[in-house]
Design a protein around this ligand. Structure first.
Ligand code: SAH
Ligand code: MG
Length: 208
């Protein structure tokens, strides 16, 4: 179980991770058998999910790579549903969630276990060569970004390792399709099996 101070910090951090799903993420990441391979999340925003996963990394004696270009997804841009105007750097005229992310992880005391990777997911993915014990996909939610993240990053999940996908909505009335589609792709590939479902969070295990 995560300690109460960290839970409170995670809940007060800005972002898009309901408390029950965050705790499920933490519990899943703590349950990975191999402690040696690192974990990676795609889509960190202000560091909310990175607290849940970073706490698990610390418990497992490993590290979490937190990958984000910190310029926001399509739906975070001005005029879209999930825009937060105070996250725009006025001098640059673009969203910049990196300062907030660093502050969140500093306050949580997790800087030693959470390594920010600042860059575009497919560009970083092109060079990646590290097996992962845990992969969390919560980056761009459009069709192209979601399927591309699936294709580029899931091959790095080691056998027995876990793949978590956020914002999976089986009913189209509840939200966009791409996260649900990549969840289905994972199951249909025969390489992953279901482990748990909490709200819109799905956790799968690599079996082949
Ligand atoms: N996990 C976060 C929410 C992530 S929101 C939480 O717990 O609150 C989605 C994030 O994905 C945004 O911060 C956005 O900048 C990032 N993102 C979208 N497309 C990306 C890409 N191609 N490369 C890197 N990051 C990307
Ligand atoms: Mg999400």
């Amino acid at each position: 179980m995560m300690d109460a101070t960290l839970i409170a910090l995670a809940e007060s951090a800005r972002g898009f991770m309901p408390p029950d799903e965050g705790l499920a993420l933490h519990a899943a990441a703590c349950g990975v058998p191999d402690a040696s391979s690192p974990m990676l999340e795609i889509g960190s925003y202000c560091g909310k999910s990175a607290i849940y996963l970073g706490a698990a990394a610390r418990e497992r004696n490993t590290e979490l790579f937190a990958l984000d270009h910190h310029r926001g997804s399509e739906e975070n841009q001005p005029g879209w549903e999930w825009h937060e105007p105070d996250l725009v750097d006025p001098e640059v005229g673009k969203i910049d969630t990196l300062p907030r992310f660093r502050r969140t992880l500093f306050d949580a005391g997790l800087e030693q276990h959470v390594i920010a990777l600042v860059g575009d997911s497919p560009t970083v993915g092109k060079h990646w060569k590290i097996p992962l014990s845990f992969l969390f996909i919560d980056g761009g939610h459009g069709s192209e970004p979601a399927h591309r993240d699936f294709e580029l990053w899931t091959p790095w999940v080691e056998t027995g390792g876990l793949l978590a996908i956020h914002d999976v909505f089986p009913d189209p009335a509840d939200g966009g399709r791409p996260p649900f589609e990549i969840y289905c792709r994972a199951l249909e590939s025969g390489e992953f099996e279901d482990v748990s479902a909490t709200g819109s969070l799905r956790v799968l295990r690599r079996i082949a």
